[in-house]
Write a protein that binds this ligand. Structure first.
Ligand SMILES: CC(C)(COP(=O)(O)OP(=O)(O)OC[C@H]1O[C@@H](n2cnc3c(N)ncnc32)[C@H](O)[C@@H]1OP(=O)(O)O)[C@@H](O)C(=O)NCCC(=O)NCCS
Length: 148
């Protein structure tokens, strides 16, 4: 199995969109991804490839000394195989090398799988945004990872 982590390109977006649509109840559109990859100078997106197939992706916005993770998702049939770990490690590694000491994200209160993933990588909970998700009014847990 040949696993590669690399920056997302415009040509990747069709594959990324399929993962996005099976992963989120309010998926981003193709245009949203194109805008992020092509036009948003603050945005950094990565993909993980297994034998040439994109099986996961993640991204964040760099805002001064903070990285705000926007989304991370793994293709259903590849979940539970360490791809989420590879993506979070890729983001943390990028931040460490580029002097971005603080990383934050919001995650659904019910999404304990993702919370476990982030906790494993030293993110901790720092409060709740009540009713943050507009589709069902669910609260978001705010998580931060602060480098020592
Ligand atoms: C969250 C997600 C990215 C995890 O990706 P993954 O490739 O399955 O994760 P990994 O196999 O690398 O597992 C990493 C850690 O996540 C947690 N985890 C993964 N699957 C889990 C499960 N079924 N139950 C509980 N915790 C789980 C564990 O802490 C695991 O650590 P371990 O390997 O020591 O057990 C994936 O489930 C996903 O795409 N979910 C839908 C989209 C989503 O919710 N994204 C996050 C939005 S904030």
């Amino acid at each position: 199995m040949n696993i590669i982590l690399r920056e997302m390109k415009i040509e990747d977006i069709d594959q990324v969109l399929m993962i996005e649509e099976e992963s989120f109840s309010t998926p981003w559109s193709k245009d949203a991804f194109i805008n992020e990859v092509r036009d948003n100078v603050l945005a950094i997106y990565i993909v993980v490839e297994v034998d040439g197939e994109i099986v996961g992706y993640g991204g964040f916005w760099r805002i001064l000394d903070e990285a705000h993770i926007t989304n991370i998702a793994v293709k259903k049939e590849y979940r539970g195989k360490g791809m989420g770990n590879i993506l979070v490690m890729g983001i943390v590694d990028y931040c460490e090398k580029n002097n971005i000491p603080n990383i934050t994200l919001e995650v659904r209160l019910s999404n304990t799988t993702a919370q476990n993933l982030y906790r494993k990588h030293k993110f901790t909970s720092h409060g709740i945004r009540p009713g943050y998700y507009t589709d069902n009014g669910e609260d978001a847990v705010i998580m931060w990872r602060k480098m020592d």
